[in-house]
Design a protein around this ligand. Structure first.
Ligand code: NA7
Length: 549
């Protein structure tokens, strides 16, 4: 043991939705000395970085905000059912002020490395500016979609116009008026960007590789009377989110798709198509995401809607996915997205037919044409789930690197702990329930804070999950993912990112079972005294809370 003084009880990385709540819990509920390091200049995480035009929720705003604080619920008014990014960023600033969180957050502080010290059971966290701090507990709140990735096109640096990645969007206003704009990528982000840029750009060229199944968001304003009515329903809304598999307000329909009479089925699908938000994805026939024939029914239904909405039949066909069924990749939610392709100022280029070969100083070249642009927008996604961990040099006991440990895919305990990375906890790491994410965040942040409090209170200085606990959890994550069509498809949800070396093979990136069962298991483990976690106190006294394990 070195006996060096620790700077903090806990260091948290990230001041997004997870980090803000974790700080509040550890500091205000449990009285710990906490420091948060945040790379941005403000709070918000995802909602700080993703300030691209058209960025907004796909979750109902009123089901997305924090549920733990009555004053926040009473005082904050959402103005749209699916709030735009500026409103969400304002909301998270409001929360940070309300809970007086800023004083424990160091901004513009990107973490470069985090190393566990076996000698005194602490973590040393080093920032890019060279500053270094030590703490007993180390909590990652780095977000599952926070490591933006660019395509590896030749000449990408040579472009003389303006170019931006949606996940690193500048704070200044980018005007598209009179400009020739390219958007590369048509995931959830690209779709939101495209429908916004198309409103003002002189010309917009969309470069699409694989098309996605997009469905209408049906956003609308919330009047002050309606907000009061929603406020009255908060207990009911959050209870419902606790009961659904995905933490959304939508529940799947238990009927079997093919056993439902055709007319009734079509009426239901039409109703789903007209329902705001993810009703069509999370609140559809239950077998749609597991049964290929059922999935084909809904895919055909949505394909017909695309054909109805896009005037040019050839363009419509380019927009209809043929390599995956509806809902097996993340469904982008749209507002007149397909109608954009009826506008004379918008052109769709299928990169499956004519791939981009290089970026040039004036624009880009595909296999059959060259284009000139004033602005190129990269809506090319993220090195998801493990990517934000990979970007930090995280080393556990005996200098083992997390990146190496997870080379063949992550192994975790409850998605919150990793064997040989003692005293490290993850809020939304791999193998956790995602869905309507703040609902999962609240639960996981509370579990993690509870475990840390347990350690702190009992003088426990070392916590590491057992190998058998990790194996069991990893097997369980695999088991609940079986039969789910989405796990047979390449997407960020299965850990694929063709722009990142080593991310070409599908992995078990997330827990794809029910969030209700996820929480039940985690809570039972905590109640039983953190089964399958080895606890020790400095000086060698075993402090395992559960004598049976
Ligand atoms: P996504 O969903 O990963 O989408 C990225 C898009 O960019 C997708 O259309 C990709 O095509 C395309 N892409 C990525 N790299 C390339 C290259 N090299 N060439 C051509 N096209 C490329 O990211 P989003 O940001 O839209 O959304 C991520 C999540 O954030 C979203 O699900 C929400 O939960 C929030 P591909 O499909 O790989 O052919």
């Amino acid at each position: 043991m070195t006996g060096k003084k620790l700077d903090f009880d806990a260091i948290v990385i990230g001041a997004g939705i997870s980090g803000l709540y974790e700080l509040h819990l550890l500091r205000d509920r449990y009285g710990l000395n906490v420091k948060v390091f945040e790379a941005g200049t403000g709070v918000g995480g995802t909602w700080y970085w993703n300030r691209y035009p058209g960025c907004r929720f796909d979750s109902e705003s009123w089901s997305y905000g924090y549920s733990f604080n009555q004053e926040i619920l009473a005082e904050w008014n959402w103005t749209e059912h699916f709030a735009p990014q500026p409103e969400t960023e304002r909301y998270l600033n409001f929360v940070a002020d309300k809970l007086d969180l800023r004083k424990n957050i160091q901004f513009s502080a990107r973490v470069k490395s985090a190393h566990y010290d076996d000698n005194d059971e602490s973590w040393t966290v080093t920032l890019e500016n060279g500053e270094s701090y030590r703490s007993r507990y180390f909590v990652t709140c780095v977000g599952p979609l926070s490591a933006p990735t660019y395509p590896k096109f030749d000449g990408i640096e040579s472009f003389e116009g303006e170019s931006c990645h949606t996940g690193l969007w500048p704070k200044h206003k980018v005007s598209f008026e009179g400009k020739r704009v390219a958007v590369i990528g048509t995931g959830a982000t690209g779709v939101q960007t495209i429908q916004e840029v198309a409103k003002t750009a002189k010309h917009l060229t969309v470069f699409q590789r694989r098309p996605n199944w997009c469905t209408p968001l049906h956003n609308g304003p919330i009047s002050s009377e309606e907000m009061e009515e929603i406020r009255g329903r908060y207990p009911e809304i959050f209870r419902l989110c606790k009961e659904t598999a995905s933490c959304f307000v939508h529940n799947p329909d238990p009927r079997k798709t093919l056993e439902t009479p055709e007319a009734e089925r079509n009426a239901f699908l039409q109703n789903r198509y007209e329902t705001p938000g993810f009703g069509i994805w999370m609140g559809n026939f239950k077998d749609m995401l597991t049964d290929r024939d059922a999935n084909k029914v809904i895919s055909d239904f949505v394909a017909e809607r695309i054909r109805e909405r896009v005037k040019d039949p050839a363009t419509a066909e380019k927009l209809i996915p043929t390599d995956h069924g509806f809902g097996t990749r993340r469904v982008p939610q749209e507002t007149f997205y397909y109608e954009v392709y009826n506008q004379p100022n918008v052109e769709l280029i299928s990169m499956l037919e004519t791939p981009i070969e290089r970026i040039t100083p004036k624009g880009l070249e595909t296999s059959d044409r060259s284009f000139e642009f004033d602005i190129i927008i990269y809506a090319t996604g993220f090195d998801a789930i493990t990517g934000s961990f990979d970007r930090i040099d995280i080393q556990g006991a005996d200098g083992i690197k997390l990146k190496d440990k997870w080379k063949g895919g992550p192994t975790t305990y409850l998605g919150m702990m990793v064997k040989d990375f003692p005293n490290m906890f993850m809020v939304i790491g791999p193998h956790t329930a995602l869905g309507n994410i703040p609902r999962s965040i609240e639960h996981i942040a509370e579990w993690v804070a509870g475990a840390i409090h347990h350690m702190h209170q009992n003088g426990i200085t070392f916590a590491d999950p057992t190998q058998s606990g990790v194996d069991e959890w990893t097997d369980y994550v695999a088991e609940v993912g079986e039969g789910l069509l989405s796990n047979e498809i390449d997407s960020w949800m299965t850990g694929i990112n063709l722009n990142v070396e080593g991310k070409q093979t599908r992995i078990l990136a997330r827990y794809s079972g029910s969030a209700v069962e996820y929480r039940r298991r985690c809570d039972k483990i905590a109640e039983d005294g953190y089964t399958d976690v080895t606890f020790t106190s400095r000086g060698g006294v075993m402090a395992n809370a559960n004598p049976n394990h």
